[in-house]
Design a protein around this ligand. Structure first.
Ligand code: SAM
Ligand code: SF4
Length: 331
């Protein structure tokens, strides 16, 4: 059995979020500016071979769950072939995906073959015009086509909705209703300042408490469910709902105590917290000729110096603002 990777706060780390690209075909305003984005030069992106090697080393340390994210994973050429390689790495038990759903439809057969059980689908509104307002692209129909096809093929869907004050708060209840109509979980995410521009769009008034109050106004019998281990969402059920409602307090950071995740950015920066600035660059280590053992030691060392929570990680950025685009982190 693979050893456990345990951090300096006693937390087991077994989950990697792998951002395979910083590119995206949408321009969600909470994630990227509309124009003026400078994408990473191709040479700075990790190659598929490098990513497979890193995941193999991490799997040897006990990482058994990988989520592919980005940017939009499906804008990267040959992503599906890469996913087959990942699936075949000994020790990797779960391969999941976060996608905006616009390019996903044609790959659903592959997702089934790959054994992907759950897809996190980002959708912030059921209103076509508002979808355009948020994403700056007219792709609502494709996302819904993906949504229905995933359900038909038996893949569990978790909808991620970022709650944005002044933009889509009136969509909270209609989105929650999706969990009545379909067996899907709908998760409401506090907006974070990772928008590539450093703008705080608002006072972040829509925190998890306000979201819960809003849900309770429509579902007075909302009942808190026990938190699964390492869950970032607080989950609720209500009579009449097939799926669960979840709230992800990503800005308030209430879930750090059980955090089991590492993040790898498209250029190879290892993050031991969403809010840190990257602790070291694994790709550079590989390109400088490090052996697997040296890479393993560097990962173990980083994990043994993890921030206790997102607030500490933010402080350790020493004034560097939290304003990089989420497309360079992967959520
Ligand atoms: N492109 C894919 C997608 O949108 O699902 C994967 C990458 S995206 C960066 C991953 C997740 O981060 C999405 O669910 C998105 O809604 C969320 N996200 C992006 N920017 C955010 C922000 N500023 N605050 C909160 N969540 C954000
Ligand atoms: Fe693209 Fe996802 Fe960011 Fe939207 S949230 S711009 S879909 S990476």
């Amino acid at each position: 059995m693979a050893p456990h990777l345990i951090d300096n706060h006693g937390r087991v780390v077994n989950y990697l979020r792998l951002a395979v690209t910083d590119r995206c075909n949408l321009r969600c305003f909470y994630c990227m500016p509309e124009e003026g984005i400078t994408y990473l030069p191709k040479a700075e992106l990790m190659t598929y071979e490098e990513m497979v090697r890193i995941v193999r080393i991490m799997a040897g340390l006990g990482v058994d769950k990988v989520r592919i994210t980005g940017g939009e994973p499906f804008v990267r050429t040959d992503i599906v072939a890469f996913m087959y390689h990942l699936r075949d790495i000994p020790g990797i038990k779960q391969l999941n995906l976060t996608t905006n759903g616009t390019l996903t439809y044609r790959y659903i057969d592959d997702l089934v073959k790959l054994g992907v059980k759950t897809v996190n689908l980002s959708l912030d509104t059921l209103d076509k015009d508002r979808f355009f307002q948020v994403t700056r692209r007219d792709e609502y129909g494709k996302v819904m086509q993906t949504f229905h096809a995933l359900l038909e093929r038996g893949i569990q869907v978790k909808i991620n909705m970022v709650v944005m004050q002044g933009i889509n708060t009136e969509d909270i209840i209609p989105m929650a209703q999706l969990a009545a109509q379909y067996p899907v979980d709908v998760r409401f995410i506090e907006e974070m300042p990772f928008n590539g521009a450093g703008d705080h769009h608002q006072q972040w008034e829509w925190n998890f408490m306000k979201i819960i109050d809003t849900l309770r106004s429509a579902y007075p019998a909302l009942e808190k469910l026990p938190d699964p281990p390492h869950s970032t969402s607080m989950n609720y059920s209500a009579p009449g709902l097939q799926g669960r409602l979840g709230i992800i307090a990503a800005y308030t950071r209430s879930f750090c105590g059980t955090c089991n995740r590492l993040r790898l950015t498209p250029q190879g920066q290892l993050k031991t917290c969403l809010y840190d600035n990257g602790v070291f660059n694994i790709k550079d280590l590989l390109r400088n000729g490090a052996t697997d053992e040296q890479v393993r030691d560097a990962i173990v060392n980083a994990v043994s110096h993890r921030s206790r929570d997102g607030h500490e990680a933010e402080q350790n950025r020493l004034g560097l603002p939290v304003n990089e685009s989420m497309s360079t982190i992967g959520g």
